[in-house]
Design a protein around this ligand. Structure first.
Ligand code: DGP
Length: 112
C-alpha cells in the first residue's frame, strides 16, 4: 500500500520518533503549527476517523492512552489540543488516521 505514514511506521521514511508501542507510533510533524506538534498514528492502516469501528477501536484507545504520556514527556503541563482531520471538508491531507497533539504555547480559538 502506498501510504506515507505506513512507510514512516515501517522506518522506510525517516521520522523523529517520540513514542512507540505495539499499537501506536508517534513522531514530530514535519510542518509544526506549535512549539510541540506530535502526530500519533495507529500501526494498523485506517484511512481516517471514518473507519473506526468496534473491531479496530483498540488502536484509538491505545492512542489516547499514549496522549498523556507524550504530553508529560513534552512538558505540556499547561495544556494541549488533540485533533484529527477527517476527509476533504476537514482538509485531511494524509489518508492514514492521525491525531495531532499541539501545545507549548497559548493556542488560539475556543471550542464549544
Ligand atoms: P492533516 O492535514 O490533518 O492530514 O495532517 C497531516 C500532517 O502530516 C501535516 O501536519 C503535515 C504532516 N506530514 C506530512 N508529511 C509528513 C512527513 O513526511 N513527515 C512528517 N513527520 N510529517 C508529515
Amino acid at each position: 500500500m502506498d501510504c506515507l505514514f505506513c512507510k514512516i511506521i515501517a522506518g522506510e521514511i525517516p521520522s523523529s520518533k517520540v513514542y512507540e508501542n505495539e499499537y501506536v507510533y508517534a513522531f514530530r510533524d514535519i510542518a509544526p503549527q506549535a512549539p510541540v506538534h506530535v502526530l500519533i498514528v495507529p500501526k494498523m492502516h485506517l484511512s481516517s476517523a471514518d473507519e473506526i469501528n468496534g473491531e479496530n477501536s483498540v488502536y484509538v484507545a491505545k492512542i489516547f492512552e499514549a496522549v498523556p504520556e507524550i504530553a508529560k514527556a513534552e512538558g505540556l503541563a499547561e495544556g494541549y489540543r488533540v485533533i484529527t482531520n477527517c476527509g476533504k471538508h476537514a482538509c485531511q491531507s494524509v489518508s492514514h488516521l492521525h491525531f495531532h497533539v499541539l501545545g507549548g504555547k497559548q493556542l488560539e480559538g475556543q471550542m464549544g
